[in-house]
Design a protein around this ligand. Structure first.
Ligand SMILES: Cc1ncc(COP(=O)(O)O)c(C=O)c1O
Length: 371
């Protein structure tokens, strides 16, 4: 739906946010399998001494040391990085800078809701590349190529993918990058879950100045309450325009959030192995659950902490009753409609619950599927 000239953006709340655990009330949930992050940490556990932190307006692009660390990982410099309030704001800046009602976007679906909703709010033309369980939720580059029009300004993908946990392999990523280069548009790669996997493909923005990477500290480090993310891209003119947009929204990021994010990224080598071991152990529990639950099918997730199982149609499950029974048991999952999908699909996450909560949540899923 395109926006009328002069009309306001088409804002509407995303079901995923309106029905999120924080809106529903954490205290009402016994096993939270709806989160896509690792368990939230307490500030105390980070052992920070921030008493001397000057609460000034910070560097407009973000603390240089923080940006240098992020840029270096992609073989880029600090000026190729702009910090934002979470990956959410980074995605907003990218969309608001590269899309307009007369522009065309190619985006994969299902997806993290913002990647679909902000383009909807802007009112640009959109071609959806629908990922299916039958195809392992893998992207067919030929379908993306066929969707390109002269108005295409952006191709948008997510890896590791939310909600399926499927990763884009390097040849596919490079093919998408070449498509963007050949067609003089940009490729947005939402890499918010990237740090959760040890053997991830290169940071996409390292491949070409046509590629934009977005990420944050929220998911992997379990600190989504400090709103700290970033956009990385070697296209300096685009970065300048996104900086202008950031300045018009918030001037600068929160110096407190940036200081905390910096301290966490400086300890990456110490923190990541622990995080990844937790993710791997919890994932095994889910893999074994799926192997023993004949009423569910899925594409095996290779990255991140979420997967998108589907109730087999032959299982004849009443999905309304399924979600109600599950909620009555205090178990929260991400229902299919959060992702514009059939209610037989639902997202489960294993990074947030404790081992006991995960086992309880999975057992409740089986029980709620019926006899
Ligand atoms: C793929 C993806 N991108 C971006 C975000 C936004 O995360 P944050 O703003 O906390 O960094 C999320 C959150 O769920 C996500 O799943």
């Amino acid at each position: 739906m395109s926006r009328r000239p002069g009309a306001a953006w088409n804002w509407r709340r995303m079901p995923m946010e309106a029905e999120s655990p924080e809106e529903y009330g954490y205290e009402r949930i016994r096993a939270n399998l709806a989160e896509s992050s690792c368990r939230d940490r307490r500030l105390r556990d980070l052992n920070l001494d921030l008493d001397e932190l000057l609460l000034l307006y910070g560097d407009h692009r973000g603390i240089p040391e923080l940006r240098a660390i992020i840029g270096a990982e992609a073989g880029l410099g600090q000026d190729d990085v702009l910090t934002t309030a979470g990956a959410a704001m980074a995605l907003f800046l990218v969309h608001a800078t590269l899309l307009a009602p007369d522009a065309h976007l190619i985006v994969v679906r299902p997806n993290y809701a913002t990647n679909l909703e902000t383009p909807f709010a802007i009112g640009c033309a959109v071609s959806y590349i629908d990922l299916t369980l039958e195809e392992g939720f893998r992207i067919d580059v030929d379908k993306v190529a066929a969707a390109i029009t002269p108005a295409t300004t952006l191709i948008s993908v997510t890896t590791p993918h939310n909600p399926t946990g499927v990763e884009i392999d390097e040849p596919t990523l490079r093919a998408l990058m070449h498509l963007a280069e050949r067609n003089h548009c940009h490729l947005l790669v939402d890499e918010t879950y990237r740090d959760m996997s040890a053997a991830a493909v290169p940071i996409a923005a390292s491949m070409s100045d046509r590629v934009i990477s977005v990420s944050s500290v929220s998911k992997t480090y379990g600190i989504p309450g400090i709103r700290e993310g970033w956009v990385t891209c070697a296209d300096r003119s685009l970065m300048e325009r996104m900086l202008a947009a950031k300045e018009q929204i918030v001037l600068t990021g929160s110096v407190l959030d940036e200081a905390i994010a910096l301290s966490v990224l400086l300890r990456k080598d110490e923190l990541l192995p622990v995080v990844r071991a937790h993710i791997a152990a919890q994932r095994e529990v889910v893999v074994s659950f799926m192997a023993n639950e004949p009423r569910l099918e899925w594409a095996v997730p290779t990255g991140g902490v979420v997967a998108f199982p589907r109730i087999r149609s032959e299982a004849n499950v009443d999905t309304t009753k399924f979600y109600r029974t599950l909620l009555d048991a205090g178990v929260f999952v991400g229902p299919g409609h959060w992702f514009d999908q059939d209610p037989r699909h639902f997202r489960i996450g294993w990074g947030w619950p404790t081992p006991d909560e995960l086992v309880y949540g999975l057992r409740s899923i089986s029980e709620s599927l019926g006899a």
